[in-house]
Design a binder for this molecule. Structure first.
Ligand SMILES: CCCCCCCCCCC/C=C/C(=O)SCCNC(=O)CCNC(=O)[C@H](O)C(C)(C)COP(=O)(O)OP(=O)(O)OC[C@H]1O[C@@H](n2cnc3c(N)ncnc32)[C@H](O)[C@@H]1OP(=O)(O)O
Length: 393
């Protein structure tokens, strides 16, 4: 890692601003997957799709289409179809949502997705029960359903569940799947000692051939879609905050219906330190939840809150001792999940519908401001600092 980091920093130091960066020097994949699918694996997977015993459903088919296009042609490069061209628009949106995902990663994801589909179609034909089944096709999150609760667990514990571009995309897909499944409640949580350390800063290092401006533009679209899927989520959404939370994993808490936290959790949004600005609709939800003065201390000055402070300020619903956290929270959620599902959903929607449009407008504005910020020297220097600190270790 230190070698790659060193190369990365030398690349940046040779140039004053991102806008002038030449692509080949910066087209680095800091965390390359250990396994990469070969062309042969890819072709086998394409053949396997034709042999699937069960129709995987439109959502998975769209994901397969998008990954196939990305793996064979790269980033989406065609104009958006018209609003009435519904099928092609859905296909285009699925492809475009992959942003700058490298071709090799798309190929690997395609192979993994097909292999998951094949094994789940095999196992369902062997009569495996649906309950607590792991949903296939995700690499960075684990999605399970049990007791009318769908759990989406961030699964990069070694990186403190920092959110890669692939992870943002998988969370969007997981939320969409959860919105349509038969669960009453959806939970987001983290694996390991952290809930999430926020945006993975290596997202800044993988600059595509079309340059950093295009990267910033696509990232702003990804961010807007990611936050949009929380705004639009139709069922009760619960954050089970199993440890410290940073950045975007904190700001989107304002869009959840319940936030349960271990007393080990902390809440930290170091945006100014990173030359960045608030997202996740927090510029609106935080002042509303905790009042403008407390929101400013967090969002502008990066004050870190303990779980108790976050609860006192209304961002967290309830704090539990770490030793009994999982047991108490899941007992509570299992009881809630037995309530009449339609009533739960409709009540949530009445509350959310009052400001949905406003939230989307705020999300669009925050994303577009960040698009500019990512190109600033303040942001560039902060990211360089993070990597130079790591290189010193
Ligand atoms: C051109 C523009 C492209 C932009 C694309 C953006 C897309 C949408 C963006 C939405 C906006 C979001 C904003 C935010 O979320 S801001 C917050 C960002 N997060 C941080 O600044 C946290 C950085 N990490 C840390 O400060 C520490 O790692 C932390 C305090 C979380 C933990 O410290 P600790 O000492 O306990 O552990 P380590 O540092 O050793 O961590 C273990 C390994 O995990 C790696 N790690 C952790 N967090 C991140 C991260 N956020 N990004 C990248 N890597 C992370 C850490 O480096 C260690 O890795 P190694 O084992 O390889 O050293």
């Amino acid at each position: 890692m230190a070698g790659v980091t060193g190369r990365l920093i030398r690349c940046w130091c040779r140039r004053a601003v991102w806008g002038s960066l030449k692509v080949p020097a910066l087209h680095l994949h800091v965390s390359k997957t250990a396994m990469e699918a070969s062309q042969e694996d890819f072709e086998n997977a394409m053949n396997q799709v034709k042999l699937l015993k069960e129709d995987p459903g439109n959502e998975v088919k769209l994901k397969l289409y998008a990954l196939y296009k990305q793996a064979t042609e790269g980033s989406c490069n065609t104009p958006r179809p018209g609003v009435f061209d519904l099928i092609n628009k859905a296909k285009w949106e699925a492809w475009n949502a992959l942003g700058n995902l490298p071709k090799e990663t798309a190929r690997q994801n395609y192979v993994d997705l097909v292999s998951g589909l094949s094994s789940s179609s095999d196992s369902s034909s062997q009569g495996k029960p649906e309950a607590d089944q792991k949903q296939a096709g995700y690499k960075t999150v684990v999605m399970t359903s049990e007791d009318s609760i769908t759990k989406i667990m961030l699964n990069r514990p070694a990186k403190k569940n920092a959110l890669t571009e692939q992870m943002y995309q998988e969370i969007i897909l997981a939320l969409e799947a959860a919105s349509k499944d038969d669960s009453a409640i959806t939970v987001l949580t983290g694996n390991g000692d952290y809930y999430s350390s926020g945006n993975d800063l290596t997202n800044f290092t993988n600059i595509p051939p079309d340059g950093v401006e295009a990267k910033a533009k696509n990232s702003a679209i990804l961010l807007r879609d990611f936050v949009g899927s929380f705004i639009d989520f139709p069922k009760p959404l619960v954050a089970v905050v199993n440890g410290p939370a940073v950045g975007i994993s904190v700001t989107i808490l304002g869009l959840f219906d319940l936030v349960y936290a271990t007393d080990r959790a902390t809440f930290h949004t170091p945006f100014s330190h990173l030359g960045q600005t608030p997202e996740g609709c927090s510029s609106y939800t935080f002042p509303k939840i905790m009042g403008p003065a407390k929101a400013a201390e967090m969002l502008i000055f990066g004050k870190k809150l303990t779980a108790g402070e976050a609860c006192a300020q209304g961002l967290v619903t309830e704090v539990f001792p770490d030793s009994t956290f999982q047991k108490e929270v899941w007992t509570r959620l299992k009881a809630y999940s037995k309530l009449p599902q339609n009533a739960l959903r409709i009540s949530k929607q009445i509350i959310r519908s009052q400001e949905k449009e406003k939230l989307h407008a705020i999300n669009a504005k925050e994303s577009s401001i960040l698009q500019e910020r990512w190109l600033s020297s303040e942001c560039m220097n902060a990211i360089m600092n993070f990597f130079s600190q790591k290189a010193k270790l």
